[in-house]
Design a protein around this ligand. Structure first.
Ligand code: FMN
Length: 361
């Protein structure tokens, strides 16, 4: 697509959908280096295993969140409606894509409000960019009667977008102002390059109540923006950032234990979900694969995908001897290979030892 010229904000949302449909996932999350240990003496009855969990003081029926993707165009409205119905059928929380388009042009509001219409009782998450002022952020929350607000920190994407922002000074103060004034808890969100532990701690010190680590290994916005320009980013850029496992393990060992941590970036299987939860995530976010199925109008495929994630997660919980999602965090987990090297080099070696030797019931 070398003849593409970067378009308006609305075109951009449709171009992102097209790029994600065409680009393949790298799926190099590092989660293959995270090993869950079976509890051979498990005495769990299958019917006792439940997927309900708590997230920032709210009950979730599943730890899986449909992560922020789209809005702002007719195609995005159809996709959002379809995803919101999936969320309702399976009891998932759902984030909408960046609401900037609707804040600038109220005629586009329905492309986002369709999510609340289709999932009236669900947990719905608003989404704005890191430079959004507090009033606009509150408007984004109000538009969809959101339960939480994600603020995406997408510096790499901005730098690869010809029309992207180039001024980032003062954004943490803005986060603080927004967190102080909006009516719902704020989640600071990476979008595929992975947050370090200290960065997560910094977001919390500026008022965020949770973080979405947005690790490398799934949808890669450097690749997406490069696709829009018809110029491949190249291997060095596609490998820029922390893989999901590296980022998640750094973050959970750098923030207070009650922090809401969303594991995201290349979460594709029930094993990825269980590993994320076991090492300390509160919930997981999934975007790219759901977008591809929804854009194809494949409701049966969406149902199969979510059912398979839930079934695998339940099987792993039974095999690890737990009936509740948060009990996974008491079971031993071994981190090996390149991810272990990473964590040890970064000073988290003792945390890995503790993780491997946990034996709580
Ligand atoms: C088509 C598309 C559009 C996206 N738009 C947004 C957005 O507007 N705001 C945001 O915070 N993240 C956005 N994301 C990023 C996702 O929320 C998620 O962080 C990222 O895709 C990594 O997860 P994945 O590997 O499961 O796709 C988008 C992702 C996709 C696939």
């Amino acid at each position: 697509m070398s003849d593409q010229t970067p378009g308006t904000r609305e075109n951009r949302k449709d171009e992102h959908i097209q790029a994600v449909r065409q680009l393949s996932d790298t799926h190099v999350t590092g989660l293959e280096d995270v090993v869950l240990l079976p509890e051979s003496a498990s005495e769990i009855d299958w019917d006792d295993v439940g997927l309900e969990t708590r997230f920032l003081g709210r009950d979730l029926m599943s730890p899986i969140i449909i992560n922020a993707m789209t809005g702002g165009t007719a195609q995005a409205e159809r996709i959002n409606a379809r995803l919101a119905r999936v969320a309702r059928r399976h009891g998932l929380a759902m984030a909408v894509g960046s609401e900037t388009a609707a804040l600038r042009n109220p005629r586009l509001a329905s492309t986002y409000t369709v999510v609340r219409d289709e999932h009236p009782q669900g947990i719905v998450i608003a989404n704005v960019g890191m430079g959004t002022d507090p009033e606009q952020a509150q408007a984004a929350v109000d538009l969809i009667r959101a339960d939480f607000l994600q603020i995406h920190w997408n510096t790499a994407q901005e730098l690869f977008m010809p029309e992207g922002d180039r001024r980032f000074r003062g954004l943490l103060d803005r986060l603080q102002q927004t967190a102080d004034s909006v009516s719902v808890p704020v989640i600071a969100k990476e979008v595929g390059q992975g947050m370090t532990g200290p960065a997560a701690a910094r977001f919390l010190s500026f008022g965020a109540r949770g973080v979405d680590i947005g690790g490398r290994g799934g949808t890669n916005f450097i690749a997406v923006e490069s696709w829009r320009r018809g110029q491949p980013a190249g291997a060095d850029w596609e490998q820029w950032g922390l893989r999901t496992a590296e980022s998640l393990l750094e973050v959970v060992h750098s923030v207070p234990p009650d922090t809401a941590v969303i594991s995201s970036g290349g979460i594709r299987s029930g094993h990825d979900v269980a590993k994320s939860l076991a090492v300390g995530a509160t919930a997981v976010g999934i975007a790219g694969p759901l977008l591809r199925l929804a854009a194809n109008g494949d409701d049966a495929g969406l149902d199969r995908f979510i059912d398979e994630l839930h079934l695998t997660l339940k099987r792993l919980m039974a095999l690890m001897g737990v009936t509740r999602v948060n009990q996974l965090q008491r079971r031993p987990v071994v981190v090996r290979g390149a991810v272990r090297d990473w964590l040890e080099t970064r000073g988290f070696g003792e945390d890995l030892q503790r993780l491997a030797r946990r034996q709580g019931d």
